[in-house]
Unconditional design. Structure first.
Length: 351
């Protein structure tokens, strides 16, 4: 307990001021002072003067700054929560200031590309070496050692509204889990621990794809029967991909797996679910992306996983059909009969 109290006397940092970064800062402020990093000087001023984040009034314990050195010199525990496309760049920017004593627990759900541009993605033959999880980026691009991830059914709006929720902190290091719990746990927010780091990261990234598909079904006015089938069959494909990338099946069967999948694939507060609804209503990805303040990670993850499955020769009929619908304008009404009739040998074959 001595470690936790000592840590709580220092502020805890959040890198990123988007919706989930705001939610994490809000949760942390119940226990500790919070330093929030954003590059936007005007946003720093607005946050510090109005004490509002993402439209919500927040604690005065949250102070914004655009000073990287202030973040790293003042805080031992840091929560990076930014889009996957900007994550590696952020780590490289902070790398001169990160020290081995820092503990980093990221909340980003996606993949980093290595040696490939976004434009090359669909033409190249992708292998595991082309893909990094965010914890791998943290370790490879800086002197950080003790890293972890935050994953679970954490819809930002519900958290900001004070609704009860839970999360998983996954790390190879018990100290990361304990310190993460110490600063985040509260009566309305339960924090569980796991050593399944790669599994928690993959579950968090892959469930966004199934949420896209679930939104598409909802946008078409289809019912809960087919939505339930999609979620359970989608979980099966998430596990296939996860196993191929080195994660255990167990990692997908808890809060960070099934829990996060259910929340993200059924709630209008989920960006990916809402994105799918708009696809079903006839909008193009370009039109939707232009109108969104934040990235729907599943759209990008879908491209990566579709290519990665070819490398692993992994059967992913649902994910493949979602890819065709979202990125190749395939008629979703033609995709549904295919998915219903796809010749699965067994209902559950991953246990």
């Amino acid at each position: 307990m001595g470690e936790s109290k000592a840590t709580s006397q220092k502020p805890v940092a959040v890198i990123g001021s988007g919706s989930f970064g705001a939610a994490i800062a809000h949760l942390l402020s119940k226990n500790v002072d919070v330093l929030m990093y954003t590059r936007n000087k005007e946003k720093v001023k607005i946050i510090n003067e109005t004490h509002r984040l993402q439209g919500f009034l927040v604690s005065k314990r949250i102070i914004a700054t655009d000073d990287k050195e202030e973040i790293t010199s003042s805080c031992d525990v840091i929560f990076p929560v930014i889009p996957s496309t900007a994550f590696a760049s952020m780590v490289r920017d902070f790398s001169p200031f990160f020290k081995p004593y820092h503990i980093c627990i990221h909340g980003t759900k996606g993949f980093d590309l290595v040696g490939l541009t976004e434009k090359e993605l669909l033409k190249a033959s992708i292998q595991r070496s082309h893909i990094r999880t965010m914890s791998e980026v943290l370790v490879q691009e800086s002197s950080l050692v003790r890293v972890g991830c935050l994953s679970g059914p954490n819809l930002s709006r519900e958290i900001m509204e004070g609704q009860p929720a839970a999360t998983v902190i996954a790390s190879k290091y018990e100290e990361v889990i304990k310190l993460g719990k110490a600063v985040l746990d509260s009566p309305s927010f339960a924090v569980f621990g796991s050593h399944e780091l790669i599994g928690a990261e993959l579950a968090g990234a892959l469930k966004n794809i199934i949420a896209l598909a679930s939104g598409i079904l909802t946008g078409l006015g289809l019912g809960k029967n087919i939505q339930a089938m999609l979620i359970t069959r989608g979980l099966r494909e998430m596990i296939y991909i996860g196993n191929a990338m080195g994660a255990t099946t167990r990692a997908f069967l808890g809060t960070a797996g099934i829990g996060d999948l259910i929340a993200t694939a059924t709630s209008p507060n989920s960006r990916n679910f809402a994105y799918g609804i708009r696809i079903a209503q006839g909008e193009t990805p370009e039109e939707i992306n232009a109108s969104l303040p934040e990235l729907a990670e599943g759209v990008r993850t879908l491209k990566i996983v579709q290519q990665l499955a070819k490398h692993y020769k992994t059967p992913i009929p649902i994910i493949y059909m979602i890819y065709k619908v979202v990125h190749e304008n395939f008629d979703v009404r033609k995709a549904i009969p295919y998915l219903l009739r796809y010749p699965y040998d067994q209902d559950v074959d991953f246990i």
